[in-house]
Design a protein around this ligand. Structure first.
Ligand SMILES: C[S@@+](CC[C@H](N)C(=O)[O-])C[C@H]1O[C@@H](n2cnc3c(N)ncnc32)[C@H](O)[C@@H]1O
Length: 260
């Protein structure tokens, strides 16, 4: 069977999921059935939550637990783009604890009333760099950005370009729902330049920028620490230290280790 026959056979077995909408909305029971065997704290908090509503793709829950473990319990400064019903901010407060500074932004003025102190909401667009910078100034800095806003390519890019320089070394920038990068209504299309998926791919090149003689990198390679990605979601870590790469041998063998 050649490659295209194999692809066709796989497509018959696993038809493409419908785009967004009711068909992908899981019942509580279906979601419970997809829980991780050993759920991390964010997943536990999500399924135990009874406050304002939040909606997450089930497979993001273990992703957050892996990507965010180093930040938990620290006085991190988080900005969530996209507040909607306000439940997500409540989840993050439970996850990060009382020391965290947690701000949400949304273009919908009704979201201003969907928050309880100490969490904060500011109203404005993620496509407005001045608004983003003013919000971060109020926050006193930035350690974690979660872009769950309009999911429109140019907005995601404008936010990234405004916020990445403000992110502290060691901070994390997460972009959710990157499947819109393939959909025209969100300025997407397969390999279309300017989408979040293409941004993430180019950051992989930038991260490895010391190994090629190119001057086209968007971000200096020393700044990109880790690019961690899964279905529709990516986390880009800003390097904590700008140490040049180098490799090292293990210690010399000892007589005891050679004897075995
Ligand atoms: C997917 S919802 C956010 C869900 C929320 N983060 C959660 O997990 O429950 C997207 C939100 O982004 C907001 N939004 C849309 N365009 C925006 C823009 N240009 N700037 C900021 N927020 C925007 C919408 O009003 C909506 O509340």
């Amino acid at each position: 069977m050649n490659r295209s026959d194999r692809t066709a056979a796989l497509r018959r077995q696993h038809p493409k999921p419908p785009l967004y909408g009711k068909d992908l909305r899981l019942t509580r029971e279906q979601a419970e059935a997809r829980r991780s065997p050993n759920p991390g704290p964010f997943e536990e908090i999500f399924f135990a939550h009874h406050g304002r509503p939040a909606n997450k793709w089930v497979h993001y829950l273990p992703f957050y637990d892996r990507a965010l473990a180093p930040y938990r319990g620290r006085p991190i400064r988080m900005l969530e783009i996209g507040v909607m019903h306000g439940g997500s901010l409540e989840l993050w407060r439970k996850y990060f604890g009382p020391e965290a500074t947690i701000f949400g932004i949304d273009i919908n003025p009704e979201c201003a009333g969907r928050v309880d102190a100490p969490n904060q909401v500011r109203i404005g667009s993620q496509a407005d760099p001045e608004f983003l910078r003013a919000t971060v100034a109020e926050m006193g800095g930035l350690d974690f950005v979660l872009d769950d806003g309009s999911h429109i390519a140019s907005h995601q890019r404008l936010s990234f370009e405004a916020l990445w320089p403000l992110l502290a070394p060691g901070g994390l920038y997460v972009i959710e729902d990157m499947h819109t990068a393939y959909w025209e209504q969100w300025e997407g299309g397969l390999r279309r330049s300017g989408t979040a998926v293409e941004l993430v791919k180019s950051l992989v090149d930038d991260m490895n920028g010391r190994y090629f003689d190119e001057d086209e990198a968007w971000a200096p390679y020393e700044e990109i620490g880790t690019v961690f990605t899964a279905d529709s979601i990516a986390a880009i870590e800003k390097a904590a230290r700008h140490a040049p790469a180098g490799h090292v041998w293990t210690d010399k063998p000892t007589p005891a280790s050679q004897a075995g």
